[in-house]
Design a protein around this ligand. Structure first.
Ligand code: GDP
Ligand code: K
Ligand code: MG
Length: 289
């Protein structure tokens, strides 16, 4: 008997959705940062093991839509809700329990649900046990599993619970499939991750990245990417004095991209100002939202 299905990961921003996805798939698929709303797209990771295949989706954190960009992000959450076989509801062990359970209840999920308490490394074992008990009393999850996505703790146990709930089905993808997103997409995400790490405050939220050229040469891969911002002042910050900041950004991004595609990379970055790209349907479409 072969099992296969779609498993979607939901939770508040910073609960650890992307970290969990990466821990399961074992590649740096979803970018991670301590800032909220780092993840803007649904990212799929495919895990193929003897006897089962799981197609995971990471989703943007659940938020109230402020911009059209946010509406699209919540659209991604809703579409994920509708096509899952199993839902993973993940929360930070130190975050407010009632608030999280209320949020999860409001999703009105009809699919089998696993409640994942993440970051158990931040709690004493007895507090973890008490929290698990409270979550079990909630009654809406088939099972409650405490984990540390970052340390990979108890992730195997979580996997066993997921497989247990999977329907019987043939694999959806060839066994060497890792993701449904293109390499270009991940390259853009890696540049975006570095922007989140290097720049303060509102800059990352005003920024998107598109890869305009991806060329496999004999000894290296030549990549050109455009960093789109909303104001000239943001462009100046990203460039930095005498281009110092963008060089640092380029170096860090290139190192990650080289690890990911396992080739030498020549990375060229340009910064472009597109006022209001976050509220413009044409731009959003062009940038892949
Ligand atoms: P997302 O917004 O839900 O996708 O959350 P991320 O995966 O981006 O993680 C948010 C932050 O929590 C990052 O700084 C992670 O390193 C951190 N984090 C994730 N999982 C764990 C964990 O198990 N333990 C601890 N201590 N930190 C974690
Ligand atoms: K995050
Ligand atoms: Mg994320």
């Amino acid at each position: 008997m072969h099992k296969a299905g779609f498993v979607n990961i939901f939770g508040k921003p910073n609960a650890g959705k992307s970290t969990l996805l990466n821990a399961i798939i074992g590649e740096k698929l979803a970018i991670i940062s301590p800032k909220v709303q780092t993840t803007r797209h649904r990212i799929t990771g495919v895990l193929t093991e003897p006897g089962y295949q799981i197609v995971f989706s990471d989703t943007p954190g659940i938020i109230d839509p402020k911009y059209k960009l946010h509406e699209k992000m919540m659209g991604a959450v809703k579409s994920a809700l509708e096509d899952a076989d199993v839902a993973l509801l993940i929360m930070d062990a130190k975050d407010n329990l009632e608030e999280n359970l209320e949020l999860f209840s409001s999703l009105k999920l009809k699919v089998p649900t696993i409640l994942v308490i993440n970051k158990m490394d931040n709690l004493l074992q007895e507090d973890v046990d008490a929290l698990v008990k409270k979550c079990e009393e909630w009654g809406k999850a088939k099972v409650v599993v405490p984990i540390s996505a970052k340390q990979g703790k108890n992730v195997k146990n979580l996997m066993a619970e997921i497989v247990n709930l999977l329907p019987e089905a043939n694999p959806f993808y060839p066994e060497d499939t890792l993701t449904d997103k293109s390499t270009r997409f991940f390259v853009a995400e890696m540049v975006r991750e570095k922007i989140f790490q290097l720049f303060e405050e509102e800059i990352p939220y005003h920024t998107t990245v598109i890869v305009t050229q991806f060329q496999e040469k004999e000894t290296l891969t030549k990549i050109t990417a455009e960093i789109i911002v909303t104001r000239e002042s943001q462009k100046a910050i990203i460039l930095g004095e005498k281009g110092k900041s963008i060089r640092e950004l380029g170096t860090r991004a290139r190192q990650d991209i080289e690890k990911f595609i396992e080739r030498k990379v020549f990375l060229e970055l340009f910064v472009k100002v597109r006022g209001k790209w976050r509220d413009n349907d044409t731009f959003l479409k062009e940038y892949g939202y």
